[in-house]
Structures are given as C-alpha cells and as structure tokens.
Ligand binder design. Structure first.
Ligand SMILES: [Zn+2]
Length: 393
C-alpha cells in the first residue's frame, strides 16, 4: 500500500478519502467546547514489528502501563524498536510490559522511522497480533502545523489557509471528544487528516494556525465534525446523504461557483467489467456477467444516490457512496458522475473530488483570491455556525 504521506505529496490537495468513503463515522453529531487546549493522540504507525528511534538530547523512558520511569537517557540514533512476546525491545534492552513511552526533554527532537515529531511517543504492543503501534501525543496546535501542509498548498492565500486551519482544528477537537475510550484520537493517514509530523511544517501554514489559534466552529454552542473535501464542483452535499448526521451547518446546498478552476473539477474513470465483477463477488453481491450499470436515483445535491448493476444472474441496487468504497475513492473521485458501458468497461464521467460535505478546499482558494475573509468563507460552507475561541469556556 502506498503511504498516505506519499499520496499527499503527489496530490497535495488529497481529500480525506476515508471521510468520503464513510470510514470515519463519528458517534455523536456534536460535542462540548473544551476549556483549554487539549492534547491529541495520533496513530503514526501500526502493525509494525520493527522501527527505528532517534532522540536528540535528553529523554525519559517510561514503562507502560503506569508510566514508571525506567531510564533517564541522553541521545540515541536509529535504535531498533522490536516487538517481543513480553514487551518491547529498544536496542539491546527489553522492557517487559504493554509498551514504552519516550519523553524527550526538548520539543521536536524525537524521530521515528526518520520522521520528526513534536511531543511524546508511545510504542504499544498490539493485543491481537505480534506487532506494535505508535501513538504520538502532542498539543493540538502543534498537530495542526503538521496537518495543514497536506490538506492545502502552503503557498495559498493566508485567508484560505486560515479557513482550513479552523476547520481542521474543529474536526480534530471533535475527534478527541468522541475517541476518549479509544487508544488514539486520529490516524495519521487519509482516514483522518493526513499528518506528517513536524518534518513537514511550513512557515505560512504555521502563520495561519497561529493567526487563528484556538478558534473553532460551533453550532448552538457545540463543536461539530467540520468536514471538508477537495472540490465540490458546483454545490456542496448534505452530511445526511452519507452519514446519520443532520446539523444545520452540514446540510449542504452551498452554491459554490468558486472551484471551477480546480484541476479536480472533471474526472473520468474506466473500470473493466471483469474488475467490477470481481468486486461484486468480493463484497458478496455476485450478479454474473455484467450487462448494464446505471444511476437510478440522485441525492438532493445532484450526486448519484444509487446504482443498478444488471448481470446475467441477477441485478443489484447499490448506494453510490458504497460503490465508491468498493471500487476505490481514488478511481471514483466523487459520486457526482454519470456512467455507461463500452465494450468491456464501465466508463464514468464525473465532477469534483471527495464527499462534497462542508468546506470545498478549491472553492476556499477561489474565495480567498476574490478577497473573502476566512470568517466569510467558513460562514459560506458551514451556514449557521460561528467562529469562537475554544478556551473561552
Ligand atoms: Zn466548490
């Protein structure tokens, strides 16, 4: 699998595909505003049996669970981290327990597999497989420094970066609140917001985060999942077209004429019927040899609602959003498409990239270029919401 970071570098506006694919379905539709800056726990590695750790300067090594200090060290370079049946081995030392925690004395002096991170790192043994995972805990604003770079290009106008910063902060805070019982709040790949550690931080992105420090979107005094996507291609979608969330700021319908210049405005994809048949079999819906693929209903925002796939054995009706998950969000970039068959393929002509809910990133750029402020942009994509400092109580 190509790492999400690589994807993001190649496609700096990579939409949070898993949101589009419905993999990151939140529990509650809204959450309370915290009264101080929280930490965020980011899953930066999983299913690992080996990694390399570097710390420049002094550090504390603690045993998990519990956090008992087992070592006060200074400096390590590329030291192997290895899963063992009883714990974690760091270099030649084995630490028996559920994992270890590395707390550098200085921020940004910790590297895991050559990526630099702020904050501290937990290396934890997985419960069901002989592997470990890594969780980087850091303050929320520091996390945003490492996220925004992947979501928007750092050279975009500052107002566009600020709008993204507030949306990203709101979404992250929301995730922190709904993930309390989980071992981490967000993943570092496309299933949450793409996070590249402090290695990827850029000056202008930091400026946008700092200029909006602590500002979040609220609706009726509560934080909500401030979804965003790359390009809506005309009108934003309602969250209840995809998920069981119905909040005023996420009801879509924003007529976005600002993303017309997006490179993602139009897309085409041809998927061989053989591949489609295989996917249908794989997901437990065999229809035989495919004869016809057609869109049979539309969502209120004009996207494909459901598809009928007719085969030699039977026909199936599938929600377009689920079809996108099966085939892959990188191929079927949105559900705003038409489809027809040629000799041996289903040919899709589509518009936009992503689920279409909330803020349209290329539309945000278009609005910023027209001189709109980040507050105006956020009001446009999240109507009924307000920008407020989360530390205000
Ligand atoms: Zn748009």
């Amino acid at each position: 699998m190509i790492s999400s970071i690589k994807i993001a570098k190649r496609l700096p506006l990579a939409i949070i595909l898993a949101w589009a694919l419905g993999l990151c379905l939140p529990g509650d539709p809204a959450a309370a505003i915290p009264d101080k800056q929280p930490s965020i726990r980011v899953l930066i590695a999983e299913n690992q049996t080996f990694g390399r750790l570097t710390v420049k300067g002094r550090y504390l090594l603690k045993l998990l669970p519990g956090g008992k200090i087992v070592k006060k060290g200074e400096g390590m370079s590329g030291v192997p981290v290895v899963y063992t049946p009883k714990g974690i081995r760091l270099g030649s030392e084995e630490f028996v327990g559920s994992g270890i925690r590395i707390e550098p004395a200085e921020d940004r002096s910790l590297y895991f597999n050559q990526t630099r991170f702020r904050g501290v790192l937990n290396i934890v043994r997985a419960s069901s497989t002989p592997t470990f995972y890594g969780v980087n805990t850091l303050d929320l604003e520091g996390y945003l420094y490492g996220v925004l770079h992947h979501e928007v290009a750092h050279w975009w106008p500052l107002e566009a970066l600020k709008a993204q910063a507030v949306a990203s902060r709101t979404y992250a805070l929301y995730q922190i609140q709904v993930s309390k019982s989980q071992p981490y709040d967000v993943k570092s790949g496309t299933s949450s917001q793409v996070y590249g550690g402090s290695t990827v931080e850029r000056y202008r992105v930091k400026r946008a985060v700092d200029a909006t420090q602590g500002q979040v979107l609220v609706y009726q005094g509560k934080i909500f999942p401030a979804y965003f996507h790359a390009t809506c291609a005309g009108v934003t979608a309602a969250s209840n077209e995809l998920w069981k969330i119905d909040l005023v700021p996420l009801r879509g319908g924003a007529r976005c004429g600002y993303c017309r210049f997006s490179p993602h405005y139009f897309w085409e994809a041809a998927i061989s019927l053989a591949e489609l048949e295989e996917k249908m079999n794989k997901f437990g819906n065999p229809v035989g040899q495919i004869l016809k693929v057609e869109v049979i209903s539309q969502t209120p925002s004009g996207r494909a609602g459901s598809l009928r796939i007719t085969g030699t054995e039977k026909e199936m009706v599938i929600a377009a959003k689920d079809f996108r998950v099966w085939v892959g969000g990188d191929k079927i970039r949105s559900t705003r498409f038409t489809v027809g068959l040629d000799e041996d393929s289903a040919v899709f002509h589509g518009k936009g990239w992503g689920h279409g809910v909330g803020l349209c990133q290329w539309g945000t750029l278009g609005q910023a270029l027209l001189g709109h402020t980040y507050q105006e942009i956020l009001k446009f994509y999240y109507p009924g919401s307000e920008v407020t400092p989360y530390a205000s109580g």
